[in-house]
Design a protein. Structure first.
Length: 402
């Protein structure tokens, strides 16, 4: 492990971790634009074609902690390789499906090992390989890789879907290539990931965590992704369409631009961690969430919404790697895979509950999307205050000079 700061850009290990992380967002992003073509190809309704997404998400939410447990028992590197292989082979196999149920079955197989599970295992490996501000820096770089991949996925998937409904699924072959590279070139971690556990694994994992800090970090994860999935990816597009008359292409460009800023900020996480603690950075991120959402609520024009989304994106770039680094730090090496995989279940839970928090008030109460976004901004501000207190106030959010 290294305790130095900064991103080791000349390290081959870093690029293998980046490649593994970049595969993870291919779970849904490249498939979403192909749903209309899939519906036409198999003669199903748009509602049924949406099951292609659901079939992937449900197994991951349930099995993520189980995969994490085996990663702790057998070694993260030993588990991530078969996950990459299964994710890739099952994805490419969709191109051979002749019935819609076959597509759903293969997507369920993918979801049991891929997507956010791969991201969590990669972040756990970062925790194994690096320490101190170097860990923050690499967490930021890996989070940025995930963000860049997530931003480019819909564009690439949509372009391929114009050629054939199954063309986007060929991209999953890249996961097999990454698995081969990991086997050949990624050295096993010198610590962690090969613990021996009996049947009390879950009890021991929970007991190993400082309860207050763990609840704070998982709560911050739930809140941040609920705001992201519900506010930015659901409410804001409806707002831009209904209030400013923008079509889907321009809406996607605005959201993508803001999320690219999140990637840029994430890369700087190591430098910020020299001055602020992990909880301090998360607190600052929630301040950006509050300012961004309130900015969307108050924006007089579409460019104003874009500016506010950029502020939100900066907050997302602050929160994601810092929460991952903090969770990795409080988890012992023998439980790190399970702790990071539980984060996956929290993220998927936020993906489920976030959108209704914004759509139900807007549609059922008829208040539009501005008010829910404004209320969410106030809630994010309250969350920032709570995180500030949880961190221990001003002294807790700053890093003591050495």
């Amino acid at each position: 492990m290294s305790d130095e700061g900064g991103v080791p850009w000349r390290s081959g290990r870093l690029y293998l971790l980046l490649a593994t992380a970049a595969v993870a967002p291919l779970d849904v992003n490249i498939v979403g634009p192909a749903l209309p073509a899939i519906a036409d190809a198999f003669g199903v309704s748009s509602t049924r074609s949406g099951l292609v997404i659901t079939a992937f998400a449900v197994p991951g939410a349930v099995l993520a902690p189980v995969v994490g447990m085996y990663a702790d028992r057998l070694g993260r590197r030993r588990v991530i390789v078969p996950c990459l292989l299964i994710f890739g082979v099952a994805g490419v196999a969709v191109t051979l499906a002749t019935e819609f149920w076959m597509v759903l079955a293969l997507r369920a197989i993918q979801g049991s090992v891929g997507g956010s599970i791969l991201a969590s295992l990669t972040l756990a490996l970062v925790g194994d390989y690096y320490e101190g501000t170097r860990r923050n820096a690499v967490m930021g770089a890996v989070s940025a890789g995930i963000s860049f991949s997530a931003a480019g996925g819909p564009v690439l998937g949509g372009t391929l879907a114009t050629r054939s409904w199954d063309a986007p699924f060929l991209l999953y072959g890249s996961s097999v290539v990454v698995a081969v590279l990991v086997v050949r070139y990624l050295d096993p971690p010198t610590a962690g990931g090969e613990g021996r556990h009996d049947g009390s694994y879950l009890r021991d994992a929970v007991a190993s965590l400082p309860t207050r800090e763990a609840l704070t970090l998982y709560g911050a994860t739930l809140a941040s992704f609920a705001l992201f999935f519900g506010g930015v990816l659901t409410a804001v597009p409806f707002l831009l369409e209904g209030t400013y008359g923008l079509e889907s292409g321009r809406i996607g460009a605005l959201v993508t631009g803001a999320m690219l800023l999140a990637a840029v900020v994430a890369v700087c996480n190591g430098r910020i961690a020299r001055h602020l603690s992990d909880l301090g950075i998360v607190t600052l991120g929630f301040v950006c969430y509050a300012a961004g959402l309130l900015g969307v609520w108050a924006a007089p024009s579409a460019p104003g919404v874009l500016l506010a989304l950029c502020v939100f994106g900066a907050g997302h770039g602050l929160v994601l790697p810092s929460v991952a680094s903090a969770l990795s730090s409080i988890a012992g090496p023998e439980f790190r895979g399970g702790v990071m995989s539980l984060r996956t279940s929290v993220v998927l839970g936020a993906q489920a509950v976030g959108p209704p928090l914004f759509t139900l008030p807007a549609t059922e109460l008829g208040v539009g999307y501005e008010l829910p976004l404004g209320v969410a901004g106030v809630a994010a501000g309250v969350g920032a205050l709570a995180l500030f207190v949880a961190a221990g106030g001003r002294a807790g959010v700053r890093v003591a000079p050495e």
